[in-house]
Design a protein around this ligand. Structure first.
Ligand SMILES: Nc1ncnc2c1ncn2[C@@H]1O[C@H](COP(=O)(O)OP(=O)(O)O)[C@@H](O)[C@H]1O
Ligand SMILES: [Mg+2]
Length: 457
Protein backbone atom coordinates (compact mmCIF):
# COMPACT_ATOMS: atom_id res chain seq x y z
CA UNK A 1 0.00 0.00 0.00
CA UNK A 2 1.37 3.41 -0.91
CA UNK A 3 0.44 6.96 -0.13
CA UNK A 4 0.69 10.09 -2.23
CA UNK A 5 -0.10 13.73 -1.56
CA UNK A 6 -1.95 15.32 -4.44
CA UNK A 7 -3.95 18.32 -5.56
CA UNK A 8 -7.61 17.61 -6.23
CA UNK A 9 -9.47 19.77 -8.80
CA UNK A 10 -13.05 19.73 -10.00
CA UNK A 11 -14.29 19.77 -13.60
CA UNK A 12 -17.81 20.32 -14.84
CA UNK A 13 -18.36 17.16 -16.95
CA UNK A 14 -21.23 15.05 -15.73
CA UNK A 15 -19.47 11.74 -16.52
CA UNK A 16 -17.73 9.47 -14.08
CA UNK A 17 -14.21 10.32 -15.23
CA UNK A 18 -10.99 11.19 -13.45
CA UNK A 19 -8.08 12.93 -15.16
CA UNK A 20 -4.76 11.94 -13.68
CA UNK A 21 -1.38 13.66 -14.17
CA UNK A 22 1.56 11.54 -15.35
CA UNK A 23 3.43 11.47 -12.05
CA UNK A 24 0.27 10.54 -10.20
CA UNK A 25 -0.55 7.78 -12.72
CA UNK A 26 2.81 6.30 -11.87
CA UNK A 27 2.63 6.53 -8.09
CA UNK A 28 -0.94 5.17 -8.05
CA UNK A 29 0.20 2.37 -10.41
CA UNK A 30 -2.62 3.24 -12.81
CA UNK A 31 -0.54 3.16 -16.00
CA UNK A 32 -2.37 1.07 -18.60
CA UNK A 33 -5.55 0.89 -16.48
CA UNK A 34 -8.86 2.06 -17.93
CA UNK A 35 -10.77 2.44 -14.69
CA UNK A 36 -10.33 2.83 -10.97
CA UNK A 37 -12.55 2.67 -7.94
CA UNK A 38 -12.42 5.89 -5.92
CA UNK A 39 -13.35 6.03 -2.28
CA UNK A 40 -14.04 8.81 0.20
CA UNK A 41 -14.95 7.83 3.77
CA UNK A 42 -17.61 5.15 3.45
CA UNK A 43 -18.55 5.87 -0.22
CA UNK A 44 -17.11 4.24 -3.34
CA UNK A 45 -17.53 4.90 -7.06
CA UNK A 46 -16.03 3.39 -10.23
CA UNK A 47 -14.55 5.92 -12.69
CA UNK A 48 -12.81 5.97 -16.05
CA UNK A 49 -9.15 6.99 -15.95
CA UNK A 50 -7.77 9.51 -18.46
CA UNK A 51 -4.09 10.44 -18.27
CA UNK A 52 -3.27 14.13 -18.76
CA UNK A 53 -0.05 15.93 -19.45
CA UNK A 54 0.72 18.01 -16.39
CA UNK A 55 3.65 18.33 -13.97
CA UNK A 56 3.17 17.20 -10.37
CA UNK A 57 0.44 15.18 -8.66
CA UNK A 58 -2.95 16.35 -9.90
CA UNK A 59 -6.31 14.66 -9.90
CA UNK A 60 -9.29 16.19 -11.75
CA UNK A 61 -12.66 14.85 -10.68
CA UNK A 62 -15.56 15.20 -13.09
CA UNK A 63 -18.74 16.20 -11.28
CA UNK A 64 -20.22 12.71 -11.75
CA UNK A 65 -17.43 11.39 -9.54
CA UNK A 66 -17.33 14.31 -7.15
CA UNK A 67 -21.08 14.12 -6.44
CA UNK A 68 -21.07 10.31 -6.35
CA UNK A 69 -18.72 10.15 -3.39
CA UNK A 70 -19.50 13.64 -2.02
CA UNK A 71 -16.01 15.15 -2.26
CA UNK A 72 -16.42 18.38 -0.26
CA UNK A 73 -13.78 20.60 -1.82
CA UNK A 74 -10.75 20.84 -4.04
CA UNK A 75 -7.22 21.20 -2.64
CA UNK A 76 -4.39 19.12 -1.19
CA UNK A 77 -5.18 15.69 0.28
CA UNK A 78 -3.68 12.23 0.47
CA UNK A 79 -4.41 9.31 -1.81
CA UNK A 80 -4.06 5.78 -0.51
CA UNK A 81 -3.56 3.05 -3.02
CA UNK A 82 -5.59 0.13 -1.66
CA UNK A 83 -5.16 -3.47 -2.74
CA UNK A 84 -8.29 -4.14 -4.75
CA UNK A 85 -7.54 -1.48 -7.38
CA UNK A 86 -9.14 1.07 -5.12
CA UNK A 87 -7.83 4.59 -4.46
CA UNK A 88 -8.94 6.23 -1.24
CA UNK A 89 -9.04 10.04 -1.01
CA UNK A 90 -8.70 11.49 2.46
CA UNK A 91 -8.58 11.21 5.29
CA UNK A 92 -12.09 12.37 6.04
CA UNK A 93 -11.86 13.45 9.68
CA UNK A 94 -14.95 14.14 11.80
CA UNK A 95 -14.91 16.11 15.05
CA UNK A 96 -17.96 15.25 17.13
CA UNK A 97 -19.24 17.95 19.44
CA UNK A 98 -22.43 19.80 20.26
CA UNK A 99 -23.82 23.23 21.02
CA UNK A 100 -26.33 25.53 19.38
CA UNK A 101 -27.36 25.35 15.75
CA UNK A 102 -26.09 28.83 14.86
CA UNK A 103 -23.68 28.99 11.96
CA UNK A 104 -21.52 31.59 13.71
CA UNK A 105 -21.02 29.79 16.99
CA UNK A 106 -22.30 26.23 16.44
CA UNK A 107 -20.21 24.60 19.19
CA UNK A 108 -20.55 27.17 21.97
CA UNK A 109 -17.35 27.79 23.91
CA UNK A 110 -15.62 24.99 21.97
CA UNK A 111 -16.04 26.80 18.65
CA UNK A 112 -12.61 28.46 18.80
CA UNK A 113 -10.78 25.19 19.43
CA UNK A 114 -12.78 23.40 16.73
CA UNK A 115 -11.97 26.15 14.24
CA UNK A 116 -8.30 25.78 15.13
CA UNK A 117 -8.48 22.03 14.38
CA UNK A 118 -10.28 22.63 11.08
CA UNK A 119 -7.84 25.38 10.08
CA UNK A 120 -4.73 23.27 10.77
CA UNK A 121 -6.25 20.07 9.47
CA UNK A 122 -7.58 21.28 6.15
CA UNK A 123 -4.07 21.53 4.68
CA UNK A 124 -3.80 17.77 4.61
CA UNK A 125 -7.27 16.29 5.00
CA UNK A 126 -11.00 16.80 4.64
CA UNK A 127 -11.91 17.79 8.15
CA UNK A 128 -15.27 18.83 9.53
CA UNK A 129 -17.14 19.11 12.79
CA UNK A 130 -20.60 17.69 13.42
CA UNK A 131 -23.20 17.09 16.10
CA UNK A 132 -25.11 13.85 16.71
CA UNK A 133 -28.11 15.38 14.91
CA UNK A 134 -26.11 15.89 11.72
CA UNK A 135 -25.70 12.17 11.00
CA UNK A 136 -28.09 10.46 8.59
CA UNK A 137 -27.56 6.76 9.33
CA UNK A 138 -29.97 5.71 6.56
CA UNK A 139 -28.01 7.57 3.92
CA UNK A 140 -24.69 6.93 5.75
CA UNK A 141 -23.80 10.59 5.44
CA UNK A 142 -23.12 13.59 7.65
CA UNK A 143 -24.11 17.22 7.16
CA UNK A 144 -20.78 18.56 8.41
CA UNK A 145 -19.45 21.99 9.33
CA UNK A 146 -16.45 22.79 7.14
CA UNK A 147 -14.32 25.92 7.34
CA UNK A 148 -14.10 28.29 4.38
CA UNK A 149 -10.95 30.17 3.39
CA UNK A 150 -12.43 33.22 5.11
CA UNK A 151 -12.70 31.31 8.40
CA UNK A 152 -16.47 30.85 8.33
CA UNK A 153 -18.47 27.68 8.72
CA UNK A 154 -20.19 26.17 5.71
CA UNK A 155 -22.34 23.04 5.64
CA UNK A 156 -21.55 20.16 3.29
CA UNK A 157 -22.94 16.65 3.10
CA UNK A 158 -20.16 14.06 3.16
CA UNK A 159 -19.91 10.29 3.68
CA UNK A 160 -19.31 8.80 7.14
CA UNK A 161 -15.75 9.79 8.12
CA UNK A 162 -12.61 7.63 8.40
CA UNK A 163 -12.06 8.60 12.04
CA UNK A 164 -13.98 10.47 14.76
CA UNK A 165 -12.43 12.68 17.46
CA UNK A 166 -15.01 12.89 20.22
CA UNK A 167 -15.44 16.22 21.98
CA UNK A 168 -19.06 15.84 23.06
CA UNK A 169 -19.34 18.37 25.85
CA UNK A 170 -21.87 16.89 28.22
CA UNK A 171 -21.26 14.05 30.62
CA UNK A 172 -24.97 13.47 31.03
CA UNK A 173 -25.68 13.35 27.29
CA UNK A 174 -22.84 10.92 26.85
CA UNK A 175 -24.47 8.27 28.99
CA UNK A 176 -27.76 8.55 27.06
CA UNK A 177 -29.05 5.66 24.96
CA UNK A 178 -28.84 7.67 21.77
CA UNK A 179 -25.15 8.54 22.22
CA UNK A 180 -24.35 4.96 23.20
CA UNK A 181 -26.06 3.80 20.02
CA UNK A 182 -24.16 6.36 17.99
CA UNK A 183 -20.81 5.11 19.32
CA UNK A 184 -21.75 1.48 18.78
CA UNK A 185 -22.72 2.27 15.19
CA UNK A 186 -19.33 3.83 14.47
CA UNK A 187 -17.59 0.82 16.01
CA UNK A 188 -19.75 -1.61 14.00
CA UNK A 189 -18.70 0.22 10.86
CA UNK A 190 -15.07 -0.08 11.98
CA UNK A 191 -14.67 3.70 12.18
CA UNK A 192 -12.11 4.49 14.90
CA UNK A 193 -13.69 6.68 17.60
CA UNK A 194 -11.59 8.44 20.25
CA UNK A 195 -11.94 9.25 23.06
CA UNK A 196 -14.80 7.01 24.01
CA UNK A 197 -16.23 9.11 26.85
CA UNK A 198 -15.48 11.18 29.94
CA UNK A 199 -13.66 9.26 32.68
CA UNK A 200 -15.01 8.80 36.18
CA UNK A 201 -12.42 9.29 38.89
CA UNK A 202 -13.31 6.06 40.70
CA UNK A 203 -13.25 4.02 37.45
CA UNK A 204 -9.72 5.23 36.76
CA UNK A 205 -8.51 4.56 40.32
CA UNK A 206 -9.99 1.05 40.13
CA UNK A 207 -8.53 0.45 36.69
CA UNK A 208 -5.04 1.20 37.99
CA UNK A 209 -5.33 -0.65 41.30
CA UNK A 210 -3.71 -3.78 39.89
CA UNK A 211 -1.02 -2.02 37.94
CA UNK A 212 1.84 -1.75 40.42
CA UNK A 213 3.76 0.88 38.44
CA UNK A 214 0.76 3.18 38.20
CA UNK A 215 -0.93 2.33 41.52
CA UNK A 216 1.96 3.75 43.57
CA UNK A 217 1.01 7.19 42.24
CA UNK A 218 -2.67 7.03 43.23
CA UNK A 219 -3.53 8.30 46.73
CA UNK A 220 -5.56 5.80 48.77
CA UNK A 221 -9.16 6.13 47.51
CA UNK A 222 -12.54 4.60 48.34
CA UNK A 223 -15.69 4.94 46.29
CA UNK A 224 -18.98 5.63 48.08
CA UNK A 225 -17.41 5.33 51.54
CA UNK A 226 -19.40 4.69 54.71
CA UNK A 227 -19.02 7.29 57.51
CA UNK A 228 -16.82 4.72 59.29
CA UNK A 229 -14.50 4.55 56.29
CA UNK A 230 -14.23 8.33 56.18
CA UNK A 231 -13.48 8.39 59.91
CA UNK A 232 -10.86 5.69 59.49
CA UNK A 233 -9.24 7.66 56.64
CA UNK A 234 -9.19 10.79 58.85
CA UNK A 235 -7.52 8.78 61.62
CA UNK A 236 -4.79 7.58 59.29
CA UNK A 237 -4.20 10.65 57.12
CA UNK A 238 -3.83 14.22 58.31
CA UNK A 239 -6.53 15.30 55.86
CA UNK A 240 -8.66 13.80 53.07
CA UNK A 241 -10.38 14.97 49.91
CA UNK A 242 -14.02 14.07 49.49
CA UNK A 243 -15.04 14.62 45.87
CA UNK A 244 -17.68 13.66 43.31
CA UNK A 245 -16.45 10.85 41.07
CA UNK A 246 -17.92 12.48 37.96
CA UNK A 247 -17.18 16.04 39.04
CA UNK A 248 -15.17 18.75 37.36
CA UNK A 249 -13.95 22.31 37.94
CA UNK A 250 -13.63 21.62 41.66
CA UNK A 251 -17.41 21.59 42.14
CA UNK A 252 -18.64 19.80 45.27
CA UNK A 253 -15.11 19.09 46.59
CA UNK A 254 -14.36 19.08 50.34
CA UNK A 255 -11.07 19.02 52.14
CA UNK A 256 -11.74 17.38 55.50
CA UNK A 257 -9.40 17.26 58.48
CA UNK A 258 -9.34 16.42 62.17
CA UNK A 259 -7.50 18.47 64.75
CA UNK A 260 -7.33 16.74 68.17
CA UNK A 261 -9.23 18.55 70.92
CA UNK A 262 -10.62 21.09 68.43
CA UNK A 263 -12.71 18.93 66.13
CA UNK A 264 -13.37 18.38 62.46
CA UNK A 265 -12.88 20.94 59.71
CA UNK A 266 -14.40 21.12 56.25
CA UNK A 267 -12.96 23.48 53.68
CA UNK A 268 -14.97 24.01 50.49
CA UNK A 269 -16.25 26.61 48.11
CA UNK A 270 -19.81 27.84 47.88
CA UNK A 271 -21.39 30.54 45.74
CA UNK A 272 -20.00 33.27 48.00
CA UNK A 273 -16.42 32.04 48.16
CA UNK A 274 -14.12 29.83 50.23
CA UNK A 275 -15.52 28.50 53.47
CA UNK A 276 -13.87 26.89 56.49
CA UNK A 277 -16.37 25.25 58.81
CA UNK A 278 -15.68 23.60 62.17
CA UNK A 279 -17.64 20.69 63.63
CA UNK A 280 -17.40 19.59 67.25
CA UNK A 281 -18.17 15.96 66.39
CA UNK A 282 -17.66 13.67 63.44
CA UNK A 283 -21.38 12.91 63.25
CA UNK A 284 -22.27 16.60 62.91
CA UNK A 285 -19.84 16.85 59.99
CA UNK A 286 -21.42 13.85 58.26
CA UNK A 287 -24.92 15.14 58.92
CA UNK A 288 -24.10 18.46 57.29
CA UNK A 289 -22.64 16.76 54.22
CA UNK A 290 -25.70 14.53 53.94
CA UNK A 291 -28.06 17.47 54.23
CA UNK A 292 -26.19 19.38 51.57
CA UNK A 293 -25.84 16.54 49.05
CA UNK A 294 -28.25 13.71 49.92
CA UNK A 295 -28.05 10.70 47.65
CA UNK A 296 -25.41 12.24 45.39
CA UNK A 297 -22.86 11.37 48.10
CA UNK A 298 -23.12 7.81 46.76
CA UNK A 299 -21.01 8.85 43.84
CA UNK A 300 -18.36 10.52 45.99
CA UNK A 301 -14.81 9.27 46.53
CA UNK A 302 -12.80 9.77 49.70
CA UNK A 303 -9.11 10.18 49.01
CA UNK A 304 -5.96 10.48 51.04
CA UNK A 305 -4.94 14.15 51.09
CA UNK A 306 -1.54 14.90 49.64
CA UNK A 307 0.46 17.77 51.10
CA UNK A 308 1.38 19.59 47.93
CA UNK A 309 4.48 21.67 47.39
CA UNK A 310 3.74 25.38 47.78
CA UNK A 311 4.68 28.80 46.46
CA UNK A 312 3.89 31.82 48.66
CA UNK A 313 2.07 29.42 51.01
CA UNK A 314 -0.32 28.40 48.19
CA UNK A 315 -0.43 24.73 47.06
CA UNK A 316 0.67 23.89 43.53
CA UNK A 317 -0.41 21.15 41.21
CA UNK A 318 0.11 20.37 37.57
CA UNK A 319 -1.85 19.69 34.41
CA UNK A 320 -0.07 17.25 32.11
CA UNK A 321 -1.68 17.34 28.66
CA UNK A 322 -0.95 14.02 26.94
CA UNK A 323 -1.46 13.02 23.33
CA UNK A 324 -0.88 9.97 21.20
CA UNK A 325 1.26 10.91 18.24
CA UNK A 326 1.24 9.71 14.65
CA UNK A 327 3.17 6.59 15.68
CA UNK A 328 0.64 5.70 18.35
CA UNK A 329 3.00 6.61 21.21
CA UNK A 330 2.12 8.72 24.26
CA UNK A 331 3.78 12.13 24.43
CA UNK A 332 3.62 14.87 27.07
CA UNK A 333 2.68 17.84 24.90
CA UNK A 334 2.03 20.62 27.41
CA UNK A 335 2.43 21.13 31.17
CA UNK A 336 0.88 23.90 33.23
CA UNK A 337 1.69 24.55 36.89
CA UNK A 338 -1.41 25.70 38.77
CA UNK A 339 -1.12 27.68 41.97
CA UNK A 340 -4.17 27.65 44.21
CA UNK A 341 -5.89 30.91 45.12
CA UNK A 342 -5.62 31.89 48.82
CA UNK A 343 -7.84 29.62 50.93
CA UNK A 344 -9.02 27.60 47.94
CA UNK A 345 -9.38 23.81 48.14
CA UNK A 346 -8.42 23.39 44.48
CA UNK A 347 -6.08 25.05 42.02
CA UNK A 348 -8.69 25.81 39.37
CA UNK A 349 -8.16 29.17 37.69
CA UNK A 350 -11.88 29.87 38.15
CA UNK A 351 -11.31 29.69 41.92
CA UNK A 352 -8.58 32.29 41.95
CA UNK A 353 -5.73 30.01 40.87
CA UNK A 354 -2.93 31.19 38.64
CA UNK A 355 -0.87 29.54 35.96
CA UNK A 356 2.91 29.24 35.77
CA UNK A 357 5.25 27.27 33.56
CA UNK A 358 6.46 24.06 35.25
CA UNK A 359 10.05 25.29 35.06
CA UNK A 360 9.16 28.51 36.90
CA UNK A 361 7.24 26.61 39.57
CA UNK A 362 9.63 23.71 40.14
CA UNK A 363 12.80 25.78 40.22
CA UNK A 364 11.25 27.93 42.94
CA UNK A 365 10.45 24.85 45.00
CA UNK A 366 13.32 22.48 44.26
CA UNK A 367 16.02 24.84 42.93
CA UNK A 368 18.43 23.08 40.61
CA UNK A 369 16.66 19.73 41.16
CA UNK A 370 13.53 21.12 39.52
CA UNK A 371 14.43 19.78 36.11
CA UNK A 372 14.94 16.26 37.37
CA UNK A 373 11.63 16.33 39.25
CA UNK A 374 9.94 17.46 36.04
CA UNK A 375 11.55 14.69 33.99
CA UNK A 376 10.45 12.10 36.52
CA UNK A 377 6.92 13.44 36.41
CA UNK A 378 6.92 13.23 32.61
CA UNK A 379 8.01 9.58 32.75
CA UNK A 380 5.30 8.87 35.31
CA UNK A 381 2.70 10.55 33.10
CA UNK A 382 3.60 8.26 30.22
CA UNK A 383 3.58 5.17 32.46
CA UNK A 384 0.11 6.00 33.77
CA UNK A 385 -1.27 6.88 30.32
CA UNK A 386 -0.02 3.53 28.99
CA UNK A 387 -1.53 1.72 31.97
CA UNK A 388 -4.94 3.35 31.48
CA UNK A 389 -4.88 2.62 27.78
CA UNK A 390 -3.88 -1.01 28.28
CA UNK A 391 -6.72 -1.61 30.75
CA UNK A 392 -9.45 0.35 28.96
CA UNK A 393 -11.27 -1.41 26.14
CA UNK A 394 -11.75 1.70 23.99
CA UNK A 395 -9.47 3.96 21.96
CA UNK A 396 -7.80 6.71 23.96
CA UNK A 397 -5.78 9.39 22.18
CA UNK A 398 -5.68 12.24 24.68
CA UNK A 399 -5.58 12.57 28.48
CA UNK A 400 -5.27 15.57 30.79
CA UNK A 401 -3.76 14.52 34.12
CA UNK A 402 -4.03 16.49 37.34
CA UNK A 403 -0.81 15.69 39.17
CA UNK A 404 0.37 16.67 42.61
CA UNK A 405 3.97 16.62 43.79
CA UNK A 406 4.90 16.44 47.49
CA UNK A 407 8.07 17.79 49.08
CA UNK A 408 9.69 14.33 48.93
CA UNK A 409 9.32 14.57 45.14
CA UNK A 410 6.64 11.85 44.96
CA UNK A 411 4.23 12.22 42.04
CA UNK A 412 0.50 11.74 42.69
CA UNK A 413 -2.35 11.49 40.22
CA UNK A 414 -5.66 13.07 41.30
CA UNK A 415 -7.58 12.89 38.09
CA UNK A 416 -7.41 11.80 34.45
CA UNK A 417 -9.55 13.87 32.04
CA UNK A 418 -10.56 12.29 28.73
CA UNK A 419 -11.62 15.65 27.30
CA UNK A 420 -9.16 18.00 28.91
CA UNK A 421 -9.81 21.73 28.89
CA UNK A 422 -7.36 23.95 27.07
CA UNK A 423 -6.97 26.87 29.46
CA UNK A 424 -3.27 26.16 30.14
CA UNK A 425 -2.54 26.90 26.49
CA UNK A 426 -3.66 30.50 26.97
CA UNK A 427 -0.51 31.18 28.98
CA UNK A 428 1.84 33.18 26.71
CA UNK A 429 4.65 30.65 27.27
CA UNK A 430 2.42 27.69 26.43
CA UNK A 431 1.00 28.88 23.09
CA UNK A 432 3.43 26.76 21.09
CA UNK A 433 2.37 23.73 23.13
CA UNK A 434 -1.26 24.55 22.34
CA UNK A 435 -0.46 24.43 18.65
CA UNK A 436 1.50 21.19 19.13
CA UNK A 437 -1.55 19.75 20.89
CA UNK A 438 -3.73 20.47 17.85
CA UNK A 439 -1.08 18.97 15.56
CA UNK A 440 -0.93 15.81 17.66
CA UNK A 441 -4.69 15.34 17.46
CA UNK A 442 -4.51 15.61 13.67
CA UNK A 443 -1.47 13.32 13.44
CA UNK A 444 -3.28 10.74 15.53
CA UNK A 445 -6.33 11.02 13.28
CA UNK A 446 -4.05 10.33 10.31
CA UNK A 447 -2.64 7.34 12.16
CA UNK A 448 -6.04 5.90 13.10
CA UNK A 449 -7.42 6.37 9.61
CA UNK A 450 -4.25 4.70 8.21
CA UNK A 451 -3.40 7.88 6.34
CA UNK A 452 -0.17 8.65 8.11
CA UNK A 453 2.75 9.30 5.83
CA UNK A 454 5.42 6.66 6.05
CA UNK A 455 8.80 7.57 7.54
CA UNK A 456 10.88 9.74 5.27
CA UNK A 457 8.11 10.41 2.76
N1 LIG B 1 -6.09 13.76 47.26
C1 LIG B 1 -5.81 15.05 47.09
N2 LIG B 1 -4.82 15.64 47.82
C2 LIG B 1 -4.50 16.95 47.63
N3 LIG B 1 -5.12 17.75 46.76
C3 LIG B 1 -6.12 17.22 46.00
C4 LIG B 1 -6.51 15.85 46.13
N4 LIG B 1 -7.51 15.61 45.26
C5 LIG B 1 -7.74 16.77 44.62
N5 LIG B 1 -6.91 17.74 45.06
C6 LIG B 1 -6.88 19.15 44.60
O1 LIG B 1 -8.14 19.49 44.06
C7 LIG B 1 -8.04 19.74 42.66
C8 LIG B 1 -9.28 19.21 41.97
O2 LIG B 1 -9.35 17.82 42.14
P1 LIG B 1 -9.73 16.86 40.93
O3 LIG B 1 -9.64 15.48 41.46
O4 LIG B 1 -8.89 17.20 39.76
O5 LIG B 1 -11.26 17.23 40.69
P2 LIG B 1 -12.01 18.08 39.54
O6 LIG B 1 -12.67 17.08 38.68
O7 LIG B 1 -13.01 18.93 40.23
O8 LIG B 1 -10.97 18.87 38.79
C9 LIG B 1 -6.76 19.08 42.24
O9 LIG B 1 -6.26 19.66 41.06
C10 LIG B 1 -5.89 19.31 43.46
O10 LIG B 1 -5.40 20.62 43.48
MG1 LIG C 1 -9.22 18.26 37.94
Amino acid sequence: MSMTFCNVHFTQQPQKIVYVSGALMKSLKLSGKKSVKLRLGGERIPALVKPINKQGNHLYLASGVRKGIKVPMSGGVFLRNLDAGEVQIGPLIGILSDGTSSLINPFGSRTGFIKQLLREGSNQSYIFAFTPRDIDWQDESVNGYFLTETDRFTRKRVPLPDVVYNRLPSRRAETSTSINQLRERFIRKKIPFFNWSFFNKSDIYRLLENDPLAAQHIPESHMNPTPEQIKDMLDRHSFVYYKPSAGSLGKGIYRLSYVPKRGYYARYRNTKGNVLQRFATFSSLIKTLQTRHGRTLRSYVVQQGIRLIEIDACPLDFRFHMHKNGKNQWVVVGIGAKKAGKGSVTTHLKNGGSLLTPQQALSRVFGARGEEVLNNAKKTAITIAEAIEARDQHLIGEIGFDFGIDKDENIWMFEANAKPGRSIFRHPSLRAEGKASVEHILEHCLYLSKFRRREGV
